[in-house]
Ligand binder design. Structure first.
Ligand SMILES: CC(C)(COP(=O)(O)OP(=O)(O)OC[C@H]1O[C@@H](n2cnc3c(N)ncnc32)[C@H](O)[C@@H]1OP(=O)(O)O)[C@@H](O)C(=O)NCCC(=O)NCCS
Length: 223
């Protein structure tokens, strides 16, 4: 598969100040962004709001929802940075969810298992969240072959509503299209009604296996 950036029309860096406020740049993820991305993840992980203190360990959310992507697919991550260099948003993706699940199991699970104990049965909210981290096969949704890529996108509150989310999705879609990926999908917390409205506005539709409790959205990409 082509990597993002192989194309001559790569659109990985853009700036946005059309709605006022500080000028922000969308650029590729660099290793030095790891802590900032982890922080944004924690601050947006409770249905779009701050998840600080929601679990026994504040590292749990980034360990499941952000760092595996940065470790396994760093070339498929972009961040939003201010002129001072501060990173306040990102989009992370796995272009091939099946391949990602295999690598997650082989490369990420050993790290997660060294850090966290698996509770069987998973009774508490902490147990259940950890269980998601221990079961990457949950990502193999029935529509995965039609919509092979999946994504996570998060912006801190001061960057929301300025068109940056749309630009991040656009950046990812262009890179996926260049790499010949036919579709992308995502799941989200049903309580996150703002994100649901955002994705719908950007042309994502509910997939067949979507349920009220576990919404699953997808979008085909022009090839
Ligand atoms: C969801 C999120 C990524 C959207 O990014 P954003 O930069 O705020 O959205 P944009 O400003 O790019 O909006 C793009 C379009 O979606 C619409 N939209 C965005 N949020 C909306 C909302 N809450 N309700 C209705 N429409 C919304 C905008 O009106 C805009 O439409 P337009 O371009 O036709 O005018 C961002 O708000 C965010 O990170 N929220 C917190 C974390 C989160 O929920 N992440 C998603 C987890 S699944």
């Amino acid at each position: 598969m082509a990597r993002p950036g192989d194309s001559k029309t790569d659109s990985s860096t853009r700036t946005s100040n059309d709605l006022g406020g500080p000028r922000m740049t969308i650029r590729r993820y660099q290793r030095s962004d790891l802590d900032a991305v982890s922080r944004v993840c924690l601050l947006t992980a409770a249905a779009g709001g701050d998840a600080t203190g929601a679990f026994v360990d504040d590292e749990l959310m980034p360990e499941i929802w952000a760092r595996p992507y940065l470790a396994i697919e760093p070339e498929w991550a972009w961040v939003v940075a201010g002129d001072d260099g501060a990173v306040s948003g990102y989009i992370l993706a796995a272009p091939d969810t099946r391949g990602f699940v295999e690598r997650y199991r082989a490369e990420w699970l050993p790290r997660l298992s060294a850090r966290y104990t698996r509770a069987e049965p998973a009774l508490t909210p902490d147990d259940r969240m950890r269980e998601l981290g221990f079961t990457p096969e949950r990502m193999l949704v029935p529509e995965v072959d039609e919509y092979p890529a999946h994504l996570h996108i998060d912006l801190l509150p001061h960057l929301q509503g300025r068109g940056l989310g749309r630009q991040l999705i656009d950046t990812l879609e262009h890179a996926l299209g260049d790499a010949g990926v036919p579709g992308l999908h995502l799941s989200l917390d049903p309580a996150n009604t703002g994100a649901l409205a955002f994705y719908r506005r950007l042309g994502f539709g509910e997939l067949e296996s979507s349920t009220v409790d576990e919404p699953l959205l997808g979008k085909k990409l022009p090839l």
